[in-house]
Write a protein that binds this ligand. Structure first.
Ligand code: ZN
Length: 70
């Protein structure tokens, strides 16, 4: 199964930069071209949530200190 190319075109990173995403059909992941976060594709549905993303500029360990997200 592959994601719809038209869907891929409108997908963007949920972070403030809204950068385009690189789709890896083998790994079933979307990689942000700006911040490098990796988003999983589950059952052909991209999980574009910052909380679910892997990697990124600050790393997972830095979260929880300065942010105001609940
Ligand atoms: Zn990004």
């Amino acid at each position: 199964m592959a994601l719809d190319p038209q869907l891929l075109e409108i997908l963007a990173c949920p972070d403030t930069h809204h950068a385009p995403l690189d789709y890896d059909p083998q790994a079933q992941t979307l990689t942000c071209t700006e911040c490098g976060r990796i988003f999983e594709v589950r059952d052909d549905v991209p999980v574009l949530l910052l909380d679910e993303a892997r990697g990124g500029p600050a790393g997972d360990d830095a979260r929880g200190g300065s942010g105001s997200q609940r």
